[in-house]
Design a protein around this ligand. Structure first.
Ligand SMILES: NC(=O)c1ccc[n+]([C@@H]2O[C@H](COP(=O)([O-])OP(=O)(O)OC[C@H]3O[C@@H](n4cnc5c(N)ncnc54)[C@H](OP(=O)(O)O)[C@@H]3O)[C@@H](O)[C@H]2O)c1
Length: 358
């Protein structure tokens, strides 16, 4: 993993912070730890010791469970003090409420990692942090539901639980797709890997369809800055800074490999009828028109910076190629056979004029 965050955040910070991470060994956690270490901060990780327990052998590790009802629960945190906590692993309001109440006098700042999915809808273009949040009929439910349907509303409730426990001291960060080297989801990674395979490539929608994501290293570096600056409030955290089209992302994938391949753009209408979802892309119409157009002016003002998306693409492909057959990444998206069948169906059914309603 590259130790440096976004451009300019490499030198040690003049004020050393004691940072507690609830989590720390998955994807965003390690990138944040790396960025914090570069800045000279002191870190403690709290987790169950199951996910990559060998990571960061030199850091202080506390073992426990976010769920106070399980095992020793949060006991390992009692009686300690930190400057800030970064909560990466909060999914249920009861558990986020428990850690925020326990830490209310032990930390000055609670940084809660929420999600852009916390919003009620994706149809509005250019929505900012004031957009309506998702709700759920039973706020005590502790499962994600079919197709992760409850995830966003539960994140919104977690945000509230943290804010109620530590009013005025909470930083809510709502990332879009977090991507880059080490991403276990295989979603963004699908694109550079697919282009690298070459041949005829199914490209979704239209080249100008907007696409947003954030390099995990940029997000990690910014979380550290937010702690250094004591920044509180609610922030969308996705990028890049200027609107990017799916065609530009795929062109970056082509620049990253000698293989290139040939793009065949397949309409959103066709993909919708086939009930096919392509990784990270969303149709630029109807209910998903605003999905990749979230405003990030607040986070930019608070110092969020993005590396060139070409670097994200290149580094992701290079990292993927270092993964052996046992690597932890299974690519999202269609298999080569499914993609070929879709392209054949598209050639059969392709409309000669644009679909209505776009
Ligand atoms: N990936 C995306 O595109 C995306 C987009 C938007 C928001 N987000 C949010 O970003 C955050 C980052 O996720 P990440 O997985 O990369 O974080 P991470 O901090 O790198 O990894 C998750 C950590 O949580 C620990 N953990 C899990 N369950 C636990 C429990 N019950 N008690 C104690 N520790 C527990 C895991 O260790 P053990 O298993 O050893 O306990 C692991 O260290 C999440 O909140 C996610 O919802 C992600």
């Amino acid at each position: 993993m590259q130790a440096l965050g976004a451009a300019g955040i490499a030198a040690p910070s003049p004020s050393r912070k004691r940072i507690l991470m609830l989590g720390g060994t998955g994807f965003l956690g390690p990138a944040t730890v790396e960025a914090a270490l570069v800045r000279g901060h002191q870190l403690t990780l709290f987790n169950r010791g199951r996910t990559r327990p060998g990571l960061f052998p030199d850091l202080e590790k506390l073992t426990g469970d976010r769920d106070p009802r399980k095992g020793e629960g949060l006991k390992a945190l009692a009686g300690r003090q930190w400057d800030a906590v970064i909560d990466n692993s909060g999914y249920y309001p009861r558990m986020v409420g428990a850690s925020a109440k326990l830490l209310a006098r032990a930390v000055k700042q609670y940084v809660f990692i929420s999600s852009i999915s916390a919003y009620a809808e994706d149809s509005e273009e250019g929505a900012d942090e004031t957009a309506r949040l998702a709700t759920i009929a039973d706020p005590t439910i502790e499962q994600m539901g079919p197709d992760f349907a409850y995830f966003g509303a539960l994140k919104a409730l977690c945000e509230r639980a943290a804010a109620e426990a530590m009013p005025g001291h909470v930083t809510v960060v709502r990332p879009g797709y977090i991507v880059g080297p080490d991403d276990p989801s295989g979603r963004f990674t699908y694109w550079p890997v697919r282009v690298d395979r070459g041949g005829e490539i199914l490209a979704p929608g239209e080249p100008a369809d907007p696409i947003q994501f954030i390099d995990v290293r940029d997000l990690g570096a910014w979380l550290v800055k937010v702690v250094e600056d004591g920044t509180t409030g609610v922030f969308n955290a996705t990028g890049p800074e200027k609107r990017l089209g799916m065609g530009e992302l795929l062109a970056a994938c082509q620049r990253a490999t000698a293989t290139k391949g040939a793009l065949t753009w397949v309409s959103a209408d066709f993909l919708d009828k086939q009930k096919i979802e392509l990784p990270i892309w969303a149709a630029y119409w109807g209910k998903t028109r605003g999905s990749h157009t979230r405003r990030v002016a607040r986070a930019l003002h608070a110092g969020l910076r993005f590396r060139q998306y070409d670097a994200t693409v290149k580094d992701t492909l290079a990292w993927y190629k270092t993964q052996g057959p046992d690597g932890r990444v299974k690519l999202a998206g269609p298999t080569p056979e499914q993609e070929a069948a879709l392209l054949a169906a598209w050639r059969r059914d392709a409309p000669t004029s644009p679909a209505p309603g776009r």
